[in-house]
Write a protein that binds this ligand. Structure first.
Ligand code: SAH
Length: 375
């Protein structure tokens, strides 16, 4: 059965599907696939070890598998999924954005961000996005297609490999002795993750299954960000993950939110927040309320107060994001004094609030900007 939200988005007729890959499959399905190729089922574990524990997708490195079997297994289970169009770095090399080209020419982005205490990777779950939020670069181009589970997972495998091999963040790691291991994943790149429900859930399993079945990342380090697809949020709560849920609210009132996050015409602020509190209850995790501050649009004192009243007493944390204007946008980030007043109003209600640091602005770091520039 299609997941909620998936029904609305039909792939263009005749579009080819991404090739099947080890990372699309559960451990049991991998054994079946390997057996189907006439190989011993234990080769599935060996392949998983190479891919999920060593990030080695080049068959030449699989020395524990006979050469003849390697090519057959590689062709069937580890096809090339994507190639790097370019990397762009900034923030003293502590932020690196990668533009990927997928098998069918589709472009997607991922971003690695190194902080003193952690490394976060921002990944895409769809090529484009069907949610049409007017301030978001990805929203402007519409949805091209869903990414496969393996296309989602491979962005992270590539990121982990870059970190391990010192291609990213090595200079700072040496300077401050901090970790250079990936600890946090945010589904805040291109796409609406809950509109590609089954593949995103599959990706979370691959990311968090212990090695070598998966990458062995902690569920607590994963954040799934949604516009507020209520039925999918409720279903996601039932998965039993300890992931963090982020809700892109951007307005506390339906009148404005209908325009900033058009899916609000379907699921209202009240319903979205109720679904968020349900997730918080089931997962035991505070929900992150994302709020892009847009000058004179959603940054008024009365809206801050209304937001504070809606969130008060709930397991929530507000993440204010200074708007990163997309090219040609009539909107801009809030004045510093309005931003400070907004923070104070939320704090007056006892609501925890942080202002997100805006990494990567000079590399078109905002959602979808790099791919838009390429097109
Ligand atoms: N579709 C999901 C995840 C992708 S966007 C979602 O909407 O939550 C990740 C976050 O970046 C969302 O909160 C989104 O609203 C925000 N965002 C998008 N474009 C932005 C921009 N130009 N400036 C600031 N935040 C932006």
């Amino acid at each position: 059965m299609p997941a909620p939200g998936e029904l609305t988005f039909v792939s263009p007729r005749g579009a080819k599907k991404p090739p099947r890959h080890l990372a699309d499959l559960s451990p049991a399905e991998r054994r079946e696939a390997v057996a189907g190729l006439g190989e011993k089922p234990f080769r599935a574990k060996q392949l998983s070890q190479h891919y999920f524990a060593r990030y080695a997708d080049d068959p030449a490195q699989w020395t524990d598998i006979p050469a003849a079997a390697r090519d057959r297994l590689a062709a069937d289970l580890l096809p090339d999924l994507m190639s790097v169009v370019r990397h762009i770095s900034c923030d003293d090399d502590n932020t690196r954005k990668t533009l990927w080209r997928l098998f069918d020419g589709t472009l997607v982005e991922s971003v690695l961000m190194r902080y003193p205490d952690r490394v976060t990777m921002c990944i895409s779950s769809q090529a484009g996005c069907g949610m049409n939020c007017p301030f978001c670069a990805t929203g402007q181009a519409g949805l091209t297609r869903n990414l496969s589970t393996a296309e989602i997972v491979h962005q992270i495998v590539a990121g982990m490999r870059s970190l391990r091999d010192g291609e990213f963040g090595a200079a700072s790691a040496e300077a401050d002795g901090g970790p250079a291991r990936l600890s946090n994943i945010v589904f805040m790149g291109m796409g609406e993750p809950l509109a590609n429900y089954n593949r995103v859930v599959g990706a979370i399993r691959r990311l968090t299954d212990p090695q070598p079945d998966g990458l062995g990342l902690s569920q607590r380090g994963i954040t799934v960000s949604t516009v507020g697809l209520v039925p999918a949020m409720l279903r996601f709560a039932d998965e039993g993950f300890k992931c963090r849920l982020a809700v892109s609210l951007h307005a506390p009132d339906d009148e404005l939110r209908d325009t900033l996050v058009p899916v609000n015409t379907r699921w209202k602020v009240r319903e979205v927040l109720d679904a968020a509190w349900h997730y918080a209850e089931v997962s035991g995790r505070r929900v992150s309320i994302e709020y892009a501050l847009i000058k004179d649009i959603n940054d008024q004192a009365w809206r801050a107060d209304l937001l504070g009243r809606l969130l008060k007493g709930h397991r929530a944390h507000v993440n204010l994001i200074p708007l990163n204007p997309t090219p040609g946008s009539k909107w801009t980030a809030s004045r510093p004094e309005d931003e400070r007043a907004f923070v104070r109003a939320l704090e007056a209600h006892g609501v925890p609030v942080t202002v997100r640091d805006t990494r990567g602005q000079e590399i078109d770091g905002a959602c979808g900007q790099l791919a838009a520039a390429e097109r």
